[in-house]
Structures are given as structure tokens and as C-alpha cells.
Design a protein around this ligand. Sequence first.
Ligand SMILES: Nc1nc2c(c(=O)[nH]1)N[C@H]1C(S)=C(S)[C@@H](COP(=O)(O)O)O[C@H]1N2
Ligand SMILES: [Mo]
Length: 403
Amino acid sequence: MAELDRRRAIGLIGLGGAGLVTAPVWGQALADLGLPGGNGSRPLTTAFPGKGSMILQRGRAPLLETPIDAFDGNVFTPNDRFFVRWHYDDIPTSVDVTRFRLKVSGAVRQPVALSLADLLAMPRVEIAAINQCSGNSRGRFFPRVPGAQWGDGAIGNARWTGVRLKDVLDRAGIAPGAIAVRLGGLDKPPPGAPAFEKSLELDHARDGEVMIAFQMNGAQLPMLNGFPIRLIVPGWYSTYWIKALERIEVLTAPDTGYWMDKAYRIPTAPRASVVPGAKDFPTVPINRMVPRAFFTNMADGASVVANSPFFVRGLAMGGAAGVARVDLSMDGGASWRAAPLGTDEGKYGFRLWNATIPALRPGGYRIAVRCTNANGETQVADPIWNPGGFMRNAIESIAVKAA
Ligand SMILES: Nc1nc2c(c(=O)[nH]1)N[C@H]1C(S)=C(S)[C@@H](COP(=O)(O)O)O[C@H]1N2
Ligand SMILES: [Mo]
């Protein structure tokens, strides 16, 4: 095992040096995200290192969305199709893995700086977990809100391998009075802007689920997804999943930094929803994810052969708890029928669902899909609204024409 680890650590050097393209070229192909009010057309690109065909939302700092075809039939999202989101232009393009250190400081008994070899020598954990941007599907908000106009592809599921954050914190030893940990990466803000840093309460950070991953689906992390190590916060939105993690600071007072105190906050109101245009409502930092279900083999407006059964399938997620059931409705939500589920790979990951729709007479139909999680949380038809465009989880449906 030790030998394997050494080889793995060496293997990290070569690929870690692959830089970002300097003059990206965008292909001619376009993806249509079907956003309300139009303007949902985006180029597809293969110009980013470690990435196949991606929907280009922004070149710098990169915002790359996963096209829906990459999700179809895949409970784990391939690394080369996994979405990418960075806030600041100055992102790491290479990492010297022999010099890299993860620093733990602040309210600790002994500050430590851990090498990748140190991390590789620690007890390992593995978890399947969905990484979903807080603003996934923001482009479907109505009225529209500012921010990346994502379709539904700012999400992905991977099997993450690494070490517990708890074990890393224990290497430094938590000092009395500690209440939270603040985490930051190798990306740098422009002059005068606050570093992209997020905090977790100490009990959460030490729950044994929050981990630092050095592998994603059995391979090293793509540079754009946080090579060499990133934070994994199962069940929580990915704003907390700090990429290229290089420092952890143990705090004795709440984090009053911009990215916790001002950004990524949601209304305290039910479903994080307020009346469009509302201001000055109470907020909390965004936290646990909520259930969602998607179609992956058919798009809105699909045509099927009349009088002949057809197959639909997709992916579901429970959010902070596992998927309990996925139901389909063909009568606008008046009645629901359970869809068979694929293998359970872990409560924080995607679950495949599928169904055979009985023969339809010629005409127009609408199929809706709804996920309910193990806590009994489910989806409803009417969409929420908040000014950040966060946490969309309205029931998805597709129009189908049988002819
Ligand atoms: N260091 C660093 N980590 C970060 C961010 C960032 O800008 N810098 N963005 C966060 C946000 S908002 C998202 S949605 C996820 C995206 O993860 P991905 O690019 O691996 O899909 O990274 C998170 N971690
Ligand atoms: Mo995000």
C-alpha cells in the first residue's frame, strides 16, 4: 500500500503540471438550455484541460456546465464531463505536489502543515456524494435574477476518496473555545477583494462525513475540480466544497468574512422563498440540499411513437437524506406512480430511476417526476424565488407528443 501511495504521489506530479489553455477556441455547436424568456443558447467547448464537451457559460473564471447527455444512465458523472465553477480569474494551473502543504492554524494546540504524502498515509474514507452549485438551474428563475444563468447541469455525483476532516483537525488538536473552521484554496482574489473562504461549524467539520478528497471516481482530481485536494461536505451545496484546499483556520468567533456574512445566504422563510423583489428579509447561510429529480433520456417537447410503450429514465437526489421514492405523474400531479430505482450507491449520491410508459394514443401529454427523501421532504410544482437564485427544486416535467 505504501509503495502504491508513493507511485500515486509521483503520478500526481506530471498531470498536475498541465496548464490551462491560453487561447480557448469554442466550437460551432450550441446547447439550448431552454431558459424562460429565451437567451438560453450556449456554445459547447472541448478547449479546457481534462474536460470533454462542456457547455460554456463563461471562459474566465471558468463556468462550465455538464450537458444532460453526460448524465443519462450514469449514476456517477464522468470526471471529464463534471461541471466547473470558479469565482476568481486567478486559479491554480499547476501545483508542485512535492512542495504542496495543507496548513491548519488558528485555535489549535500545534499548527501543522501536511504534505500530500502525510495525507496519503492517513486512514482513508470513500463516499458517493453530489456536488451541486447553490445556483444550479438559476436560469429557470422567474423573474430572472443576476448570476450565472445555469441550466440544470451545475451538478454532478462522484465517488470521493480521501481522509476525514476530523482526522486532519486532530493532527493539530483543537484548542478550547473553538467553534468553527474556515477553509481556503490556492485561487487568489483580485486586489482588494476578499479571498474565497467558507466556514463550517466545528461539530459539522468533525462529524466524520466531511472529508478532504484526493481522488474523484478513482482518479486524481481534474485541475479544474480542485487538484490536488478539495473539501467534500456530503448533503450540502458545493459553495462549501473548497477546491485546491490549502488552509484551514480554527476560529473562536463566528466567521464575519464576506463569503459567509454577505454572499450565499438564503431567506429563513419556508423553502427559502420570498415574494419576487423582496428585500431586507432575514437570512442564513445556505446549507443542506433538497430533493430533486430529472429526466435524462428525453427532453421537453420530445416525440414518441403513438400506440407503443416507451422508456423514460433519469436521476434523482434526496439532498440531505437518501432517496426514498421517485414518482411519475401524467395527469398534472393528480395521481402518482412509483418508478423503479437503480442501485443505492449511498444516500448522498444520485439514484437512477426508470419507467416504461404504456402506449399513448396520438396527442400531447406531460410527464412529471418527483423525488421524496428519507426525511419525508418532497418536491412541489410551484417554483420558489429568492434574489440569489438558490435552491431551485420545483417538480420537473416534459411535454411529450405521441404521433
Ligand atoms: N477554491 C475554491 N473553491 C471553490 C470555489 C471557488 O471559487 N474557489 N467555488 C465553489 C462553488 S460556488 C462551487 S459551485 C464548486 C464547484 O465545484 P466544481 O468546479 O468542482 O464543480 O466549487 C466550490 N469551491
Ligand atoms: Mo456554486
